[in-house]
Ligand binder design. Structure first.
Ligand code: GRF
Length: 224
């Protein structure tokens, strides 16, 4: 590599189904040339996803593959796969992508497919995480970025952020504070994965770069 060759940035696809606020956080981070990933494609299974419009406006290549036009999950995923290969994609970020992926597809992308989940896994896998956390009365809730494995919302955890649950929280207010943290940890996790700054042992992902532990979050934070 000559001195003026820019380091390779991993060609990343973001898969969405809806508004795409996490996608926006990834696009913003990747706008910096020093970020180790570039967002090369935004792909939706819903042609009417708001995120597609946002991505197009940001100058990113977009595509929609409507799952309803395919007889089964596998043929839908084969179409996805063909498009990802055509765009020379190296990493995939799921960002509110509301389709369960088969073991076949996940196997094609093992170690190169990450997801963001709005809860502190392994608690609250699945849907309606904020409602369920409130109903259980937990004091700390949050979000997780993890590698995708065939079992839903499982797989080695790359990063998590916790928020304190307030006494007057509703699903909407709690969800909004969690979402803010999603927008922090997803770009961070993508940066770590794209730069290869980690090692994995079983379910444990360790950073191979310097990191600083934030202070512990304790909730409630009682006034002294
Ligand atoms: C986020 O809460 C994410 O954690 C979950 O789906 C939601 C997507 O929101 N997987 P957005 O489309 O990124 O705004």
């Amino acid at each position: 590599m000559s001195a003026n060759t820019a380091p390779h940035r991993k060609r990343t696809a973001v898969l969405i189904s809806g508004r795409g606020s996490n996608m926006v956080s990834l696009i913003k981070a990747a706008a910096s040339k020093s970020f180790p990933a570039e967002i090369a494609l935004v792909l939706s299974n819903r042609p009417d996803a708001q995120g597609l419009v946002t991505a197009k406006d940001a100058g990113i290549a977009t595509a929609a593959i409507d799952h309803k036009l395919y007889p089964d999950r596998e043929s839908f995923e084969r179409a996805l796969q063909a498009l990802l290969v055509e765009h020379n994609i190296e990493l995939i970020c799921l960002a509110g992508f509301m389709r369960v992926l088969t073991a076949w597809f996940v196997g094609q992308w093992s170690g190169r497919l990450i997801n963001i989940h709005p809860a502190l896994l392994p608690s609250y896998r699945g849907l309606h995480t904020h409602d369920r956390a409130l109903a259980d009365g937990v004091k700390i809730h949050g979000c997780t970025v993890h590698f995708v494995v065939p079992a839903m919302d499982e797989g080695p955890i790359i990063a998590q952020a916790a928020v304190a649950v307030r006494d007057d929280d509703t699903s909407a207010t709690l969800g909004a504070r969690v979402l803010e943290q999603e927008h922090v940890i997803y770009p961070m996790a993508l940066g770590i994965v794209a730069a290869g700054q980690f090692s994995t042992e079983g379910n444990r992902v360790a950073l191979t770069t310097q990191w600083q532990a934030p202070q512990a979050l304790v909730a409630p934070a009682v006034k002294s």
